[in-house]
Design a protein around this ligand. Sequence first.
Ligand code: G6P
Length: 615
Amino acid sequence: MCGIVGYIGNRDAYPILIKGLHRLEYRGYDSAGIALINKENELSVYKTKGRVQDLEEFSKSKDITGNIGIAHTRWATHGEPNNVNAHPHYSQSESLALIHNGIIENYAVIKKELLQKGYTFQSSTDTEVLVQLIEYIKSTNQCDLFTAVQLALNQVVGAYAIAVLERGNPNCIIAARKSSPLVIGIGDDEFFLGSDASPIVEYTNKVIYLDDEEIAIIERGKTEPKIVTISNVQKTHKIKELEMNLSQLEKGGFSHFMLKEIFEQPETLKNCMSGRVNQEATNVILSGIIDHKEKFLEAKRILIIACGTSWHAGLIGEYLIEEFCRIPVEVEYSSEFRYRNPVINSTDIVIAISQSGETADTLAAVELARKAGAFVYGVCNVVGSSIPRNTDSGSYTHCGPEIGVASTKAFTAQVMVLTMIALTLANQKGTIKQEEYEGILKELLLIPNKIEKILALNEQIKQLASIFTYAHNFIYLGRGFSYPVALEGALKLKEISYIHAEGYPAAEMKHGPIALIDNEMPIVAIASDNAIHEKIVSNIQEIKARKGRVIAIISEGDTEIKSMADHCIEIPKTKECLSPLLSCIPLQLLAYHIAVTKNRDVDMPRNLAKSVTVE
Ligand code: G6P
């Protein structure tokens, strides 16, 4: 949520900051702004409602010189998205400019005190309160900027990643974080700052990830930033090498990141299995599990916590783990789990699933589970993000940066990791027969090729999408492993096309949603082969009897459903437990094409942000 970028060095800061903002725009796109210090040591702030492109327009006639600056792209939390609430925020005397990602929870109390001291506020943001507090502390204590930031951060409650510039001080950026990520890029005689590495990777692959409650003093002429905690402990960080490369951050000829990411799935799933499933399909090893084998073998229960699409992957994980490992599994929304005083035991394993590794609710749920003594395992995509750093063990999904706000390749990689977790554990526990184990592994290795076949149906799905753009509602139905896929298919459509869609277990339809069915209602039935195939066949009959329009996802050669449904998308056969990896693909494409036909901004849908680092 919100993107932060900063630069200090010998080049012009403006183009680097603007490019960085474009790369970070997926994190929020309500407004954008920039602060620069020019050669005369003047501090200027330019900001506007809208996208980074609007900021570029707005800054055209302005002084954009200077080789130090900070910039921000916002996803509104406090205060509506408008010019005034956009970041950076000036302090009262306009001597400081600050950008912020996160929420200052006690801002109202601090604001009241500052108002009493004569401070006035332009915006309704918590961020402006912080910059005013820093200025107030600086002037009353007659201290330097670093000390003022340090003292201020000791007073605030909440989450922050911030960067601050000071008029007359063109040699230093102060940056700090707590619960919101911040990365410092180290170049030759220059430093970069980012809320993730995407604005940095073009210039350097050497980075430092700040930890919670750390403040970095990034100074011109130094080889490394100085890092001190808010309680004044000096820190040294190992410089890390980025695994990311620039081409992963570009559209590569596709019209949207989402489409590119859908088409990347054969490759990302191969990467996800690489070094884990052997080519002979006789074994899968997840070192995160093997290294803590005892813990997993004695686990009495597995709790899965996640949000959004990751929660849907968690539901598939529940089916897989219960099926193969015979361990009870519960799947919870992190936001519910963290506030409802759940029962957590030291014999529980908690699996936290998160693409970004930064989702605030999941991170808080992880902390809660660890405090209660559970062993916490992370399934994340972003290497070095907060959840992997705060868990006992875990597995990365290794699918590369996901830029499209609607998650696609991260979802299939999460399902793949959960499949490998279930199989590794079942093999260790002896709850799966060798023949079945090897049979599934053999099929798992074929998944990327089978996805290629589904991607070849892109044109057919595009045609189909054009028929259904009239609809205001959709129902997605599935049973067993296909039920979470129905939820995920509906979520994809909602997120990017703004069409209301509900996912439902097919048999539950009779208990309510069937009332919605008429000859206008499109129903997507995920009906690829499964053990209770005839049940979904009868559910489709129930819909047809009420004149609903059925789009069925079926296994190749299923003539029975083909004769009933209005439209069919045929996908390759696979084992039922692996079917979500295939059946979600046509649903991603269907949502994508409907959204494009409706002229929606697919990569940056309204009101959404890629990673939700606030509650
Ligand atoms: C946001 C994103 C979703 C994502 C969810 C959880 O809502 O728009 O695509 O599924 O957060 O994010 P995480 O990074 O924890 O998987």
